[in-house]
Design a binder for this molecule. Structure first.
Ligand code: GLA
Length: 408
């Protein structure tokens, strides 16, 4: 499916300044005032993320290496003295939602509000119930369906807004896990912990190395001005809730049980090969992706921690090929976009490129030399458009801090 042009963005602009953030904040506050007739009390901004490497292994006790990026879900909110939440999203202005805060939240229409209902239900389960009523205006600069986890950002923004409403701070890790539960129970996607952790633990000029077994996040400096992170949205998208994501997750569970291990961290390539005859070819290839991707991610994290950015290119290429051939979550358009970057190569300023996120459409991530980044983006756009007839959305980004709450 080719997505409609819901969010329009300027072409190929490298914009790292704070202006876009302030502009969005102003727009959200003004729109809240317009809709609800009073000024908001709180403003929450939760970033989206892009994953450099470590794909489809966050639900396999693996390591992942995302960065929070300067695209946000913002929520402006204020108490309303009732027992209901009135929710308006600027992306779906004709579908306002109302949630009774003294009844158990249930998934329903409009669909976009399920992420928030799921978060409210998480607070109910923790004993914070009933909640005081509030009005909220939700606004996004995250391209929809681009594999940049706008759903995790809306969950993390909503949870942080409820913290403001209650005047409490819950432990950041528990907040991310509460948001993951919302995605499982109210959006039907059995995701891992990467997206919610990245939005909570993001740090300016840092990558976040997440150990998905211990559920610990470690910040790795990533402030080299000579490189840019480029995100290329293919503008094609397949729903993760259609079963392909949960199907991959199940196949990895089958493989682990055949291997007789408790965790993928205990599985070596030699052990996997020894069991190859006991599993189907598909299950074996899924397992091979997991084992090799865990190894690649650790190597990439070590290289980046030593400031050796140019060493990650081969690891990123191997990751893409493994996702394409063994895990089978890429698609024609992602392959074309990645191959466009590979064809530009090191001499043209590309250090590495791969698909990123859940796959089946969405975006690629490319590391490029800063002084050649504009030319790289233009060339990727040209090649992709020539081969697919689709105009992609390509932009450069920087690592930003995690979710924040402001009292206005
Ligand atoms: C989606 C999920 C994440 C992760 C990625 C693939 O973004 O939400 O938990 O599994 O896919 O790495």
């Amino acid at each position: 499916m080719i997505r409609s042009k819901k969010c329009e963005h300027p072409r190929n602009m490298i914009e790292h300044n704070h202006e876009a953030y302030l502009k969005q904040k102003k727009a959200v506050v003004e729109e809240f005032e317009e809709q609800f007739g009073l000024a908001p009390f709180w403003l929450v901004a939760a970033p989206s993320r892009v994953n450099l490497i470590g794909e489809h292994i966050d639900y396999c006790d693996g390591f992942v290496l995302p960065l929070a990026i300067n695209r946000y879900i913002m929520i402006a909110a204020a108490p309303n003295g009732t027992s209901q939440a009135n929710l308006i999203s600027t992306l779906f202005p004709d579908e306002p939602a109302m949630v009774m805060l003294d009844e158990n939240p249930e998934a329903g229409a409009p669909h976009w509000a399920n992420y928030i209902r799921g978060v409210l239900d998480g607070f109910r389960k923790k004993g914070f119930w009933p909640l005081p009523g509030f009005d909220a205006l939700i606004h996004s600069t995250i391209p929809l369906g681009a594999g940049l986890s706008s759903s995790a950002a809306i969950e993390v923004a909503a949870a942080t807004m409820v913290e403001g409403l209650l005047g409490i701070d819950i432990n950041p890790k528990n907040k991310a896990l509460l948001c993951q539960r919302a995605e499982h129970k109210f959006a039907g996607v059995p995701c891992g912990i990467m997206d919610q952790f990245a939005s909570v633990f993001g740090k300016k000029d840092h990558l976040i190395l997440i150990d998905c077994r211990s559920e610990e996040a470690q910040a790795i400096p990533f402030a080299d001005d000579s490189v840019e992170v480029i995100i290329a949205d293919t503008k094609v998208q397949h729903e993760l809730s259609d079963g392909s994501y949960s199907n991959r997750r199940k196949q990895t569970e089958i493989a682990l049980s055949i291997l007789g291990k408790k965790s993928w961290r205990e599985v070596s390539m030699a052990e996997l090969e020894a069991q190859q005859d006991h599993m189907s070819d598909v299950v074996y290839r899924r397992a091979r992706h997991v084992v090799t991707e865990i190894d690649r991610t650790q190597k990439a994290a070590m290289a980046l921690a030593r400031g050796k950015t140019h060493e990650v290119g081969e690891l990123m290429a191997a990751s893409h090929k493994s996702l394409r051939d063994d895990f089978e979550v890429s698609c024609k358009e992602l392959d074309i976009m990645v191959e466009a970057a590979w064809a530009i190569g090191q001499s043209g300023g590309v250090l590495g490129s791969r698909m990123t996120g859940g796959g089946f459409g969405g975006s690629t991530v490319t590391i490029a030399l800063a002084d050649q980044a504009e030319a790289v983006m233009d060339e990727m756009r040209r090649r992709y458009q020539e081969e697919t007839g689709i105009e992609p959305y390509i932009f450069a980004t920087r690592a930003v801090g995690g979710v924040r709450l402001e009292e206005l």
